[in-house]
Design a protein around this ligand. Structure first.
Ligand SMILES: *Cc1c(COP(=O)(O)O)cnc(C)c1O
Length: 470
């Protein structure tokens, strides 16, 4: 299996070459040359496998440059009941008849990003070890991604993490989650500024190509192909749990922001997994809902991007969306490059043509939107009727799932975070505090390890140089 870019660079690259990469050199995203197909006999063989063994089978279709035994061992080390809380790893919780939550957020940082990031940590350490290379991950975070990256990379050989966050602006819980890590390869830099200052610094450092090269700077953002691939596995795992036979169709509803999670569902469906619909649920930042309703993709400006109570879905553009559009336009790289290159640069977006718009239904996509009042009502209703406490992102998904349900077709709503991370909204909805997993009780009082720094790219570079020893 080789990988090519959505914008026309057809150089066939093996998995390990793109493992540590973000964008392709032409600015596109990597996709496999073709999706491997899974037939009924294969599904029958996979039914009953453990999560780790299922992950091994699926990853093996996409990775041919890691010896099988090594890949199997990496996956088995990643997906353990110890790390993810249950032997099923992503168990289902039934709500109404035929409507279930699929739990993806029982990993170390209580959000679904752990599902992929934990595997990435293992893959990075393995690949860096066998090539004798090092990687210094530089990132900016206001919450979820930064902590998932730190928990995945802590203690890994050959990897350091330099994570910038706005000083004093994360919740005490988020801050404690990150700053209590004592591993010497994890560096928390608390920047005197806001999140945008942190992002600007990351851009400034990455644009200094000489520095970037000398210090082996990389990122772990959501466009990384290995992250997306890891997410494909839980669509299979959810489908197996919701069905008894191979001809049964299941719909999925996915709380969406950067389109990484639901794009993995698209890949699973393209492989032949019997997924009926993929329902994209957005919050007030409805870039994706607008597209699926109208065919118009319109990137939002900063002032049009709202801060909401489901903050991990507060996006102005959906960075993985180009992967789906590439398939939608029949894998026409020139057309994709025009829409996402000139179209966005010149017009701030694009409109697909009528023929393309008509094809969306064949890919199973529909969408819906949920706002703050919907989240609060859904959290309250789910607690009162089922005794199940859900977080704000999952509530957006559940609200939209109820609107899009079809008689006789099971619907799985992906639970993307635990309520413990969003205590303020839970108090608003239920007038009580969300429970916390035992391992995270009292983390606010643990010793913290972080470095306060002015919003100055030069200072950050100096800090990195001092700590990479290069
Ligand atoms: C990242 C995130 C999302 C959005 O996922 P995308 O892959 O960006 O669409 C939804 N919910 C939570 C809790 C998240 O952390």
């Amino acid at each position: 299996m080789k990988y090519v870019s959505t914008r026309g660079d057809a150089t066939p690259r093996p998995f390990c070459e793109i493992l540590l990469e973000g964008l392709a050199p032409d600015g596109g995203l990597y996709l496999p040359q073709a999706y491997p197909k899974v037939d009924g006999a294969t599904l029958a063989r996979w039914r009953g496998l453990s999560y780790a063994d299922l992950a091994f089978e699926i990853l093996s279709l996409y990775i041919d440059d890691i010896p099988s035994d090594d890949l199997h061992a990496l996956v088995r080390r990643t997906y353990t009941a110890e790390t993810f809380g249950t032997p099923q790893i992503t168990p289902l919780k039934a709500l109404d008849e035929g409507l279930c939550l699929q739990a993806l957020s029982n990993g170390p940082t209580l959000a679904f990003k752990d599902m992929a990031m934990q595997l990435l940590g293992q893959l990075f350490e393995y690949q860096l070890g066998r090539t004798g290379r090092q990687l210094n991950i530089l990132g900016a975070t206001s919450g979820d991604t930064g902590s998932a990256a730190e928990y995945a990379m802590r203690g890994k050989k050959g990897v350091r993490v330099f994570m910038l966050s706005p000083h004093g602006r994360m919740s005490p819980f988020q801050q404690a989650q990150m700053f209590s890590l004592q591993d010497p390869n994890i560096h928390n830099l608390a920047i005197e500024g806001v999140f945008d200052d942190c992002q600007d610094i990351v851009k400034a450092v990455s644009n200094d190509l000489a520095f970037k090269q000398r210090h082996h700077i990389g990122t772990v953002n959501s466009i990384n192909w290995a992250r997306l691939l890891a997410q494909v596995v839980y669509y299979f795992a959810g489908w197996f749990q919701a069905t008894q036979r191979n001809d049964q169709v299941v719909d999925f509803c996915v709380p969406s922001g950067n389109f990484g999670n639901i794009c993995a569902g698209h890949v699973a469906r393209m492989m032949g997994l019997p997924i009926g619909r993929l329902v994209a649920a957005t919050n007030e930042n409805d870039v994706l809902d607008e597209f699926f309703r109208t065919g118009r993709y319109r990137v939002r400006s900063g002032s049009e991007t709202f801060e909401t109570s489901s903050p991990s879905m507060d996006i102005s553009k959906a960075s993985n969306f180009e992967r789906f559009v590439f398939d939608l336009v029949g894998r026409d790289a020139a057309r994709t490059a025009m829409l996402f290159g000139a179209g966005i640069a010149r017009d701030g977006g694009f409109q697909v043509n009528d023929a393309e718009f008509a094809r969306i239904a064949g890919f199973g996509f529909v969408s819906g939107k949920s706002v703050h009042a919907d989240r609060i009502a859904t959290i309250r209703d789910t607690w009162q009727r089922f005794g199940t406490m859900i977080d704000t992102h999952t509530a957006d998904g559940l609200k939209v799932a109820r609107e899009q349900r079809r008689a006789g077709v099971p619907m799985l709503v992906l639970e993307t975070a635990l309520p413990a991370k969003f205590a303020e909204s839970i108090r608003e909805a239920l007038d009580m505090d969300p429970p916390r997993p035992a391992a995270l009780q009292g983390i606010e009082s643990l010793p913290k390890r972080f470095q306060v720094m002015p919003a100055d790219a030069g200072r950050v570079k100096r800090y990195i140089a001092e700590h990479t020893g290069l």
